[in-house]
Ligand binder design. Structure first.
Ligand code: DAH
Length: 339
């Protein structure tokens, strides 16, 4: 009989199972009420006294082996199920995770902020829904002033005093109303104009406004600041300020950078001149300072405004402004950047 038990021990040790059911059948076979172990325990009384000890030990060996086997198989099966069920197969090769890209407008905006913050400018913001005073009147553009026509405006129908801001110059006014000079601030933001959409223009776009107010600020300071900026952003070291007109600055100028004429694209984007316009600027008109409770006899300053899309199109050679707003993943994922 002892040999029989030993055979069972060998069988138990060899046993393996791949399902819950097989394990359960094995348990019933050995450890169940009518199982092999109980059968041997029942035999115990018939075993001759001199063999009882060895019989008892062997049968206990079988019991432990069977119990251990059941526990071990259950554990193995459970961990396999867990891997599959909760985490999937942990040995499979990893899937690469898509890393998002910042929008090119945000990248360029952040670059501009970085460049100006290095020379002491902070960042300010204002509302996109603006009132007439901040968008026009305070900027020396009173009602019926013909220069209002330069910026076709979306008005809010129920209130003719409220509109979608046509430029970020409105933030200048708000900043001067709330802060005393010295002022050094740039205001990036979204602006709106009632314009037909084409490859070159859109009814929603972005600008960055700059404002510097202090004692004895001169046109030379303006020019040096813009030169520093264009060197940093474009790596171009020649600019020119072309006389122009804006109601809120006097004198006013258009900012051109010398782009060069090295290849066909340079010819196309500069229309063969090598020069490119990137924005407007000027010395803040004394009327504007007065409107914001700053004494023009004590303080002077300069302001400038640039289109962010325009700059991004130049930097990344993008031929159509509409691409910025289409959210085409193939376009957007080309702008992986750390900024
Ligand atoms: N606000 C002007 C525009 O939207 C741009 C501009 C021109 C801003 C001259 C300025 C400036 O601050 O001085 O076209």
């Amino acid at each position: 009989m002892i040999d029989k038990i030993k055979n069972y021990i060998a069988e138990v040790e060899k046993f393996s199972a791949s399902s819950q059911e097989e394990i359960e059948n094995f348990r019933i076979k050995f450890l169940g009420k009518k199982g092999i172990l109980n059968h041997f325990f029942a035999e115990f009384k018939n075993v001759p006294n001199e063999s009882k000890k060895e019989f008892g030990q062997t049968i206990n060996q079988l019991k432990n082996a069977a119990q251990d086997k059941v526990n071990q198989l259950k554990e193995e099966l459970e961990s396999k199920l867990e891997e599959k069920g909760v985490y999937g197969d942990l040995t499979r090769t990893g899937e690469s995770i898509e890393i998002g890209a910042r929008h090119p407008i945000s990248i360029v905006k952040n670059q501009i902020i970085e460049i100006f913050s290095n020379i002491g400018f902070n960042v300010s913001e204002g509302p996109e829904m603006e009132d007439d005073w901040h968008n026009f009147t305070a900027l020396n553009l009173p009602e019926y002033h013909p220069a209002r026509d330069m910026q076709d405006t979306f008005f809010i129908q129920t209130d003719p005093d409220i509109l979608l801001r046509t430029h970020t110059s409105s933030v200048q006014v708000r900043y001067m109303e709330d802060n005393k000079p010295p002022i050094r601030t740039i205001s990036p933001g979204r602006v709106f104009r009632n314009e037909a959409i084409s490859a070159r223009s859109h009814c929603i776009f972005h600008q960055v406004e700059g404002l510097y107010i202090d004692k004895d600020v001169s046109f030379a300071d303006l020019k040096q600041t813009l030169l520093y900026f264009t060197k940093q952003l474009f790596g171009k070291s020649k600019i020119r300020l072309r006389p122009s007109y804006f109601p809120f600055t006097e004198p006013s100028a258009e900012i051109d950078i010398y782009w060069g004429l090295e290849n066909e694209t340079d010819y196309r984007i500069t229309k063969g001149t090598g020069w490119l316009e990137i924005g407007g600027c000027g010395m803040v008109d004394p009327n504007v300072l007065k409107n914001c409770n700053i004494d023009p006899k004590e303080y002077s300053g300069f302001a400038f405004g640039m289109g962010i899309e325009r700059i991004a199109m130049l930097l990344y050679q993008i031929g159509d402004i509409r691409m910025f707003y289409e959210n085409d993943i193939r376009f957007l994922e080309q702008f992986k950047s750390s900024i």
